[in-house]
Design a protein around this ligand. Structure first.
Ligand code: GAP
Length: 513
């Protein structure tokens, strides 16, 4: 049962509020005022996060015959980042505001002309995804600054997406009002800002000791490709999967955990023959990824595909399609699925001097495999899961009075707690003993919760808010009649009676299915 309002209408504020209130996610270093771009996962957040990773690993590695796993080090030989092109090329265009001292990513700033009495008099630069009403306010601010309060502002010119800041001329920039400025011409020209975090390895402090925190897990896969081919009895096509932390000194970390400076990725490099039908395989991967998202509760209707135009692709890339999700702050990239040709292995062969060729038994020939790369962020998946699951509806309380409730409609596969066990009352020792026994039995297999205090309706509601899919109540019928317990469904709130064995079988199907 989905409430009518549940159409991905969760606001970022309500999600952040719930995450803090119920211990899913905290700002990092909060007692020191927080640390921009870093987050900590609390007791419920870590369970949800681990479940997402475990289900991904199970479905992408353990339940497939053509993919093997890897866990490479975070800090690797700096030559890897030279070969991959990250040392020279992994940067974003950055713009500084000389007045507010704030920094923006130039490709996320969009410029709109301010047309007064039919003439372009200047422009405003606004952050991607801003509201039209905010742009009108900003344009009026510029109008006042220009001393033209009485002029008619053409609001229609402030609609749409605007022009990327990187594409405007120096002259246009000189009469542009920045997003947080009170005067025009405070934004600098875009310049490249390196995204890799540097560190020093070993006792020397000179340039030769410089190393990097990996900005993606993918290069660890390429760097181990030869090890796996030499030891793993793999046959083309095959994939190597890895889950792990990545670090990027993002210019503008924002939108909660959507873009942070420390995050985690789940990446696959899927190696194929150079003459394989890469277009068909790319499509297969896109469908596989969409199906997987649906299996953990991210509906297909909330996913769209953003095909990168050919003129925006890197020279080595054959195709890239991003799976976009309707996040509370707008439609944004969740999962990137790229066809990267033989570029990465070719670069590592060139820089390391080691052959990356694969001997194909079936074809009796050697080649450097091409690669399809599905790359997904754990934290972004978690935000998508929270967005899709968040709902507010109305249900009757213990006295039959209809009350509002907040509910997280998590799939049982990834829910932090799979079920909660309740003795109907806590002052009846025989009843409590049965509930505790059932709880201990379930706990051997899954993460379950036990709660004996408060009205039963309140206990259900507390679990609804943290997304526990099932409530199991031991009541007087359990004791006096047939030993069955009540199983309550979080979404429909329907209840039915099951024996403890049936509860096990039911949960197994829903969770491990
Ligand atoms: N190896 C390819 C690669 O790293 P990417 O598009 O830069 O490609 C892949 O990143 C995925 O990692 C993104 O689709 C997103 O889910 C996640 N991601 C990237 N940067 C992130 C950030 N700053 N914070 C959270 N997740 C991020």
């Amino acid at each position: 049962m989905k409430s009518e309002m549940h159409n991905n209408s969760a606001s970022m504020e309500s999600i952040i509020g719930l995450c803090k209130r119920r211990g899913f996610i905290f700002a990092s270093s909060e007692i020191y005022g927080g640390y921009n771009g870093f987050f900590d996962y609390g007791p419920l957040g870590v369970e949800l996060r681990n479940n997402i990773k475990q289900v991904w690993w199970r479905d992408m590695v353990q339940r497939r015959d053509d993919i093997v796993g890897l866990d490479s080090s975070i800090i690797m030989h700096p030559a890897i980042w030279q070969a991959s092109g990250h040392v020279d090329g992994f940067s974003d265009p950055m713009v500084d505001c000389k007045e507010s001292k704030l920094r923006y990513r130039a490709d996320q700033l969009f410029v709109y002309p301010v047309v007064l009495d039919g003439e372009v008099e200047g422009s405003i630069a606004s952050i991607e995804g801003s509201e039209l009403s905010a742009r009108i306010k900003q344009a009026k601010k510029l109008r006042d600054l220009l001393g033209k309060k009485q002029s008619a502002l053409d609001e229609s010119k402030l609609e749409g997406v605007g022009i990327e800041f990187t594409e405007i001329t120096t002259e246009q920039r000189s009469k542009t009002l920045g997003p947080d400025a009170t005067a025009w011409d405070t934004l600098t020209e875009p310049r490249e800002f390196k995204l890799m975090f540097e560190t020093k390895v070993g006792p020397l402090a000179d340039q030769s000791a410089t190393a990097y925190l990996r900005p993606e897990t993918a290069q660890g896969i390429f760097a181990n490709y030869k090890n796996i081919v030499d030891t793993g009895r793999v046959k083309i096509p095959f994939g190597i999967a890895q889950i792990g932390k990545a670090f990027r000194n993002e210019i503008t970390p924002r939108n909660f955990i959507f873009r942070s400076r420390e995050f985690e990725q789940m990446e696959i490099e899927y190696f194929i023959a150079p003459d394989a039908d890469w277009k068909a395989l790319h499509r297969e991967w896109l469908d596989c990824c969409i199906d997987w998202l649906a299996s953990i509760g991210i509906p297909k209707e909330e996913i769209s595909e953003d095909v990168h135009p050919e003129d925006k692709l890197a020279f080595y890339s054959q195709a890239t399609t991003d799976l976009m999700f309707n996040f509370p702050h707008g439609k944004q990239e969740l999962w990137g699925i790229a066809c990267r040709s033989d570029y990465d292995l070719g670069q590592h062969q060139k820089h390391s001097g080691k052959s990356m060729e694969f001997f194909d038994e079936a074809k009796k020939s050697k080649y450097i495999p091409h690669v399809i790369e599905p790359s997904l962020g754990v934290d972004r998946t978690l935000l998508a899961v929270l967005t899709a699951a968040y709902d507010e509806d109305e249900i009757p309380n213990d006295k039959g009075v209809v009350e509002k409730r907040t509910v997280l409609r998590f799939s049982p596969k990834i829910a932090p707690y799979k079920a909660a066990v309740f003795p109907l009352v806590k002052n009846k020792p025989e009843l409590v003993a049965i509930a505790e026994k059932l709880y201990k039995q379930l706990q051997k297999r899954w993460n379950v919760f036990y709660d004996a205090s408060g009205a039963i309706g309140r206990r259900y509601r507390r679990q609804d808010e943290i997304g526990t899919p099932y409530g199991i109540t031991v009541d007087f019928d359990t004791l006096e009649k047939d030993g069955t317990v009540t199983l309550r469904d979080r979404d429909s709130t329907e209840q039915r009676r099951l024996s403890p064995d049936e509860v096990f079988a039911f949960l197994e199907k829903q969770i491990d299915g």
